[in-house]
Design a protein around this ligand. Structure first.
Ligand SMILES: CC1=C(CCC(=O)O)c2cc3nc(cc4[nH]c(cc5[nH]c(cc1n2)c(C)c5CCC(=O)O)c(CCC(=O)O)c4C)C(CCC(=O)O)=C3C
Ligand SMILES: [Fe+2]
Length: 345
């Protein structure tokens, strides 16, 4: 099969103070996130002038991928579309159609399975194609890559570097929390669920092993939703308290659940977690995310080549290479279903 283009599909983020509330409303529409939480998160964005770094990080990564595609003799154009902010994926897919794109590979900017990390991107693809209607390009999503040697290698180098100068620091891997019900529903039906948290744990194990780190923890960050709904725990900040109480004097935090330094990394880790560590007199370092590493562009192009040539998936875990879907149809009917929405009052 041949492809005319790549669609870089991401989350989106505000690019100025007036974008913040409309962006947050897009993200949380129908999801039962309390208003107070939205106002709190809006403050985080306003600390940075209402600008999330995510769009610029994506534009830079896209330029690197286009360059790498050219260098490898695959001159595919890379289009950019988001779920929650401009350029909205509906507009991007319309532009692709206008440009005559018939079939494109989709690179989602998340490495993992689960509803928020995988299936929701399928929903985006489906919605965008429906919005464009007849003649919408066929959109084939690339697989999950949390266990790809280039992804693991970039984090492992970052982890080693973060430990330099922090003798005896404890390693703590961190990923975005999700409702426990969403994690329980993550993965293909009948396979026991918890695919998201299991993949996070597996990525942590692979990165630790490659960096030569023997002891580590896996924790969560950035929970939202009403307090009575259980989300994955412990939270990174509570965990820093707990390991301090056990006598730990410095900590290296590795945001293994994220591909780039977007707002949840620079606020929840570089601000909140770092501040708590400082209050406790602990040493603190945060591991670089892989998105700006040259290996990330190589990884994306390798996923494209793997798909186009039918080459075997290069991967370090036993989990199946899931997430490759056509036109937004999920991997399986009940795969990674969304959490049941709590009633909003
Ligand atoms: C698993 C996961 C990833 C990783 C996979 C992936 O990368 O896709 C991720 C990434 C991101 N999440 C982001 C931002 C937000 N996520 C929110 C809310 C939520 N995230 C959830 C999960 C995840 N989120 C969930 C279950 C919710 C509850 C509401 C819902 O069920 O949808 C909210 C609402 C306010 C709040 O309550 O925090 C915001 C603003 C940004 C952009 C940051 C920037 O601007 O730089 C990025 C990359
Ligand atoms: Fe999120």
């Amino acid at each position: 099969m041949s492809y005319d283009a790549v669609l870089w599909l991401s989350f989106g983020g505000p690019e100025g103070p007036d974008d913040v509330m409309p962006f947050l409303e897009n993200v949380t529409r129908g999801r039962g996130v309390p208003r107070e939480r939205l106002e709190e998160v809006a403050q985080h964005y306003q600390h940075f002038g209402g600008v999330s770094p995510i769009n610029e990080l994506n534009r830079t990564a896209i330029a690197a991928v286009e360059e790498e595609l050219r260098a490898q003799g695959l001159g595919l154009p890379v289009y950019f579309g988001n779920r929650n902010w401009e350029p909205m994926v509906e507009q991007t897919v319309a532009a692709m159609k206008a440009d005559g794109v018939r079939r494109a590979l989709v690179f989602p900017t998340s490495a993992y399975g689960g509803y928020s990390a995988c299936r929701q991107y399928d929903e985006d693809i489906d919605r965008a194609r429906a919005a464009v209607g007849d003649g919408a390009p066929e959109l084939v999503k690339l697989r999950q890559f949390f266990d790809h040697p280039l992804f693991v290698g970039a984090f492992a180098d970052g982890l080693r570097a973060a430990h330099e100068g922090l003798d005896g620091a404890r390693t703590v891997f961190c990923a975005h929390s999700v409702p426990v019900s969403a994690d329980r529903a993550a993965g293909p039906p009948g396979e026991g669920g918890f695919r998201y948290s299991h993949q996070i744990a597996e990525a942590a194990r692979l990165v630790a092993a490659e960096a030569g780190v023997g002891t580590y923890d896996v924790v969560w960050q950035s929970r939202s939703g009403p307090p009575q709904v259980p989300w994955l725990e412990p939270d990174i900040v509570d965990h820093i308290d707990a390991i301090h109480a056990e006598g730990t004097r410095s900590v290296v935090v590795c945001p293994v659940g994220f591909v780039s330094d977007h707002l949840e990394v620079i606020w929840d880790l570089d601000n909140e977690a770092a501040e708590r560590a400082a209050e406790l007199g602990m040493g603190f370092a945060r591991v670089a995310t892989p998105g700006a590493d040259p290996r990330f562009a190589e990884l994306v192009v390798e996923l494209v080549r793997e798909h186009v040539s039918g080459a075997p998936a290069r991967k370090l875990s036993e989990f199946p290479a899931a997430g490759c879907t056509v036109n937004g149809a999920p991997c399986a009917t009940a795969c990674c279903e969304p959490a049941k929405r709590p009633a909003t009052r």
